[in-house]
Design a protein around this ligand. Structure first.
Ligand code: SF4
Ligand code: SF4
Length: 754
């Protein structure tokens, strides 16, 4: 596209009071050779009309806006997909972030000049960005399927299939067992879902299965397993096989979560590397656009608690086994429900225990009293969780004759003349207990199948499951808080027990959410744009392959398995798997990966456009690369609260810290900048990174920057990486200002002026 530029400055929201707008316009027209106009109210009708007129009459197609944060007024400054718009954040990060003098003190004599220098740099960077940005062309698949594959025919899978079909999408529902229904088909009753929240209800499984089977848009395949899923969103090639039969491909080896950690740290070879035929194309495979993984959960293993006797003493059973017994006939008259292992792990729950296992104990205690006139159910717990209106069910159980509940630590279960004796201490009532019962039921928790089983069989270079990456206890999330249902494989969405422990009612909501996410993925893929978190982004990573050294860093570091490779190690991008995080771009030592509006040259040129004054302790320049997802909005909020930010700082937003190429820092410091900081999301077990591991990768890369600085003769302390959360808006100013103080203490970069 032949670009026609114009920059627009807004003097509203206090910007014009703090800045010399004429002088700022001269920076744009003079240094950046770009036409520049000023409006008192750029986001209002008049301001927008000014820009629209230039677009219509003068052919302006590349617009630079110097006004508020790019996070606000997005509709007002949207001039269509065929225009390039770049925003300079003069309001939140310059004018509203001015450091005010302490009460009673005079303002710094050069305060106004500092603000102008800052505003000038942000305009220089924005104009440079506009010049370096190319209009993206969305990536469209030649053949695209909008059919959804649902794996698992339980409540979650059947609901997802039904909801997707109701929205007009074709669905294939695959169930490995001979009939639909899943685990819930074996439940005698399900929890109350309506007022007065005291009455158990019939399971909705049968009615749901009938509805699914009658739906013309749903193809049900029972007794079938997914053998392999190759391809990418919009064009997944799904091969199926009869349950339990062999495939024509090498079966992938099982990779445990522990193995996955080792593989990602390079301590272990991926056993599925180079799997025979596994990555090959199966021409007969069915084309699907998205996958809903609803393969459920498995009861946790409780046999390790020897003092409770599971596996050794007859009539010590799990809650799942007891439920089946209750469905098939009468349950015994005296039953102890043990909710926590007790013993040494005194106040712990069983692994994967949750509110559902608490509710199950209440329900099963009710069976005991319903089936036996003199029935007695003893519930021994450490924690009883009955969220929301289920509290009313708990209260009704408390008042039921025959049901006894107490907090207690069980020390032993033993046989006692044909019966069982349960010994417990530390009870709520203060007494130790010895209960003689017919049966003991242990509250086995709900383990997602991804933890134990090979559940998805992806023909991806990074391995067939999600487990090439660290998992939260086997849950395949990509960001539990911000992107529920999303896994670390684009186009694959989870719901039901495989995502979290939940009741039937919760599962129905959950499955509806996953179906909607799958639809959203299909429609985004069809338009050639990204799914969450960069929804609607039409760019994608482009590779200048002639200079690729086949080092495989990009294929290994991509958090979403978007890149396969050939035998030599040349990356084979799958653009519809890509979430546009730029981690591959940050990883590539050859700097040959980039996006139309975000690449090594573009950010490098923005850095170069920042003015670096000669030796002056009041005019050092510190670059802070800011993650757009959490840190940048937190900075905006700091501006809204008028928390002052040191005038020597220049912020550069990045898609994710994973996209940080260390060349930017090296070049900045070589050019005389005095320091550089990365501000990104928390990583580790409680990670908040929207691209799973970008901030962690960036921190690893930063560990090497010290060596680079030493070769330049600079102190390693001139670079830092800090983890922050979106809620840290009151802390971030202190963090960055303290960093500036440390740099001031070190003195200016000796390269200044060279
Ligand atoms: S941009 Fe991110 S998701 Fe896409 S290929 Fe690169 S690393 Fe993978
Ligand atoms: S990181 Fe760069 S050089 Fe290495 S394989 Fe990927 S594209 Fe090629």
């Amino acid at each position: 596209m032949d670009k026609k530029y114009c920059a627009y400055l807004c003097s509203g929201c206090g910007i014009g009071d703090a800045l010399d707008m004429e002088a700022l316009a001269e920076v744009v027209t003079g240094e950046m050779s770009m036409e520049c106009k000023t409006s008192e109210y750029l986001c209002g009708a008049e301001g927008r009309a000014l820009i629209e007129k230039d677009i219509a009459d003068n052919g302006v197609n590349t617009v630079v806006i110097g006004a508020c944060s790019p996070r606000v007024m997005q509709n007002e400054f949207n001039f269509g997909e065929d225009k390039i718009t770049v925003r300079a954040n003069l309001r939140e990060q310059v004018v509203w972030s001015e450091v005010k003098p302490a009460e009673g003190a005079e303002p710094h004599a050069e305060a106004a000049a500092f603000l102008m220098e800052s505003a000038g740099d942000y305009m220089r960077m924005a104009c440079t960005r506009a010049k370096k940005t190319a209009l993206p062309e969305p990536f469209k698949l030649e053949t695209m399927s909008k059919k959804i594959l649902v794996m698992g025919g339980g409540i979650a899978g059947m609901t997802a299939a039904k909801e997707a079909a109701a929205a007009g999408y074709e669905v294939t529902l695959v169930e490995k067992e001979a009939a639909l229904g899943g685990k819930a088909a074996e439940w005698r009753k399900s929890f109350p879902t309506r007022s007065p929240w005291t009455d158990l209800e019939d399971s909705p499984v049968a009615a749901l299965a009938a509805a699914v089977q009658q739906d013309a848009r749903i193809t049900v395949k029972t007794g079938t397993e997914v053998a392999r899923i190759a391809g990418a969103p919009g064009a997944f090639r799904v091969s199926m096989k009869a349950t339990g039969t062999e495939t024509e491909w090498d079966a992938p080896a099982k990779v445990t979560t522990e193995d996955a950690d080792k593989i990602s740290k390079g301590e272990m070879e991926n056993p599925n590397k180079g799997l025979k035929n596994y990555m090959s194309v199966d021409e007969a495979a069915e084309l699907h656009g998205a996958v809903v993984l609803a393969t459920g959960w498995l009861p946790a293993d409780v046999s390790e608690y020897a003092h409770l006797g599971y596996g050794a003493i007859k009539n010590v059973v799990t809650n799942v086994e007891f439920e089946k017994m209750a469905k098939d006939g009468k349950v015994p008259a005296k039953v102890a429900f043990i909710q926590s292992p007790g013993g040494k792990e005194h106040d712990q729950d069983f692994p994967y225990c949750n509110s559902v296992t608490s509710m199950v104990a209440l329900k099963q205690a009710q069976y005991v009293c319903q089936d036996n006139e003199d029935g007695n159910a003893f519930i021994l717990y450490q924690h009883m969780r009955t969220p929301g209106s289920q509290e009313l069910y708990y209260k009704s159980a408390q008042q039921t004759d025959g049901i006894f509940m107490t907090k207690a630590s069980v020390t032993k279960v033993e046989e006692n003349g044909g019966k069982l004796r349960v010994i417990a201490e530390d009870t709520l009532l203060g007494d130790n207990l010895a209960l003689d019962v017919d049966m003991v039921v242990l509250a086995a928790g709900m383990v997602p199948v991804t933890k134990e089983e090979y559940s998805i069989n992806l023909a991806y270079r990074q391995g067939p499951a999600f487990s090439d990456l660290s998992l939260f206890d086997g849950y395949a999330d990509s960001h539990f808080i911000c992107f529920p249902y999303e896994t670390r494989r684009t186009g694959v969405y989870t719901c039901g027990g495989v995502r979290k422990a939940e009741t039937i009612e919760e599962t129905i909501d959950d499955a509806t959410g996953a179906a909607l996410k799958a639809i959203q993925c299909l429609e985004s893929t069809d338009r050639g744009v990204s799914v969450h978190p960069r929804s609607g982004d039409a760019t994608y990573p482009e590779f200048f392959m002639q200079r690729c050294t086949q080092c495989k860093r990009c294929t290994e570091e991509c958090p979403f398995g978007a890149l396969d490779d050939d035998e030599k190690g040349t990356p084979l991008p799958n653009n519809t798997r890509c979430r546009r995080c730029g981690t591959c771009m940050g990883a590539c030592p050859e700097r040959i990966i980039g996006f139309k509006d975000y690449n090594i040259d573009l950010i490098g040129s923005m850095i170069k456009s920042v003015e670096v004054p000669e030796d002056d302790d009041d005019r050092l320049r510190i670059l802070i690369f800011v993650c757009e997802n959490d840190a940048y909005p937190a900075l905006d909020m700091a501006g809204m609260r008028r928390n002052g930010i040191n005038h020597m700082i220049r912020f550069i937003p990045v898609r994710c810290l994973g996209s940080m190429n260390m060349a930017w820092i090296r070049d900045a410091l070589s050019a005389g900048m005095d320091g550089a900081m990365l501000l990104g999301c928390t990583y580790g077990d409680d990670y908040q990174c929207h691209f799973v591991k970008g901030s962690e990768i960036a921190n690893k890369r930063m560990e090497n920057i010290g060596d680079t600085l030493s070769t330049l003769g600079l102190e390693s302390e001139r670079c830092a990486a800090v983890q922050v959360a979106i809620t840290d808006y009151d802390k971030i100013p202190q963090i960055v200002n303290d960093f500036v103080d440390e740099i001031v203490e070190m003195g200016p970069n000796p390269f200044k002026g060279f």
